[in-house]
Design a protein around this ligand. Structure first.
Ligand code: IMP
Ligand code: MG
Length: 191
């Protein structure tokens, strides 16, 4: 599929599934190497967006590890509200543990900053971050993003777990907002 329409917005193909898989291969290889001497890390998936990346990443991790999920929210529509609230707490103790946060996308970094604070308050020993997509142009904190699978410009993307107002997460490939096509369609609909 080259184009998709989600509600009022048009999107075009940005990164096909095969390319995403290659990017995940590379990240998994680095994590396996970097953490090989660390005691049983916990991979913490940030719901909902990370579910596809989390599954594909974990299949490639050959370390003894635990997994869990946390849910936070900071987004409405296509722009960050800048407010992060914890919705679902940690399901297991992180005290003294090595943590790998698994995110769908790091945009402004507000979510990651909040999450680091929560994990530190709960006594995590070390924290690293793996993210499928990273927008360095929009990132405003100095927490190191250890494992960005793909770095992208400040465009709005959907698919492979990422949503537009909760839809589009099930798309196998990643799509980018197409403002021209969106405007064209809007003009047609108005008539
Ligand atoms: P941050 O807190 O600004 O880094 O935003 C992180 C969250 O915003 C991500 O976990 C996503 O849920 C959402 N987000 C940021 N950029 C996009 C995008 O391009 N498409 C879909 N969701 C996004
Ligand atoms: Mg998210």
């Amino acid at each position: 599929m080259k184009n998709v329409q989600l509600y009022d917005k048009s999107f075009k193909l940005y990164m096909p599934y095969e390319e995403i898989q290659k990017a995940i291969d590379a990240v998994a290889e680095k994590i396996n190497e970097d953490l090989k001497d660390e005691h049983t890390p916990i991979f913490v998936g940030v719901l909902t967006g990370s579910f596809m990346f989390f599954g594909d990443l974990m299949k490639r991790i050959n370390l003894e590890c635990e997994t869990c999920f946390i849910r936070l929210a900071s987004y409405e529509g296509t722009s960050s509200t800048g407010v992060v609230k914890q919705v679902l707490g940690l399901t297991q103790s992180v005290k003294g543990r090595n943590i790998v946060v698994v995110e769908d996308i790091v945009d402004t970094g507000t979510t990651i900053k909040e999450l680091y604070q929560i994990l530190n308050e709960n006594g995590a020993r070390s924290i690293r971050t793996a993210t499928l997509m990273f927008k360095p142009g929009s990132y405003k904190y100095n927490i190191k993003i250890d494992y960005p699978a793909v770095s992208i410009p400040n465009d709005f993307i959907v698919g492979f777990g990422l949503d537009y107002d909760q839809i589009g997460r099930n798309l196998k490939d990643i799509y980018v907002l197409d403002p021209e096509e969106t405007e064209k369609r809007k003009a047609i609909n108005v008539k």
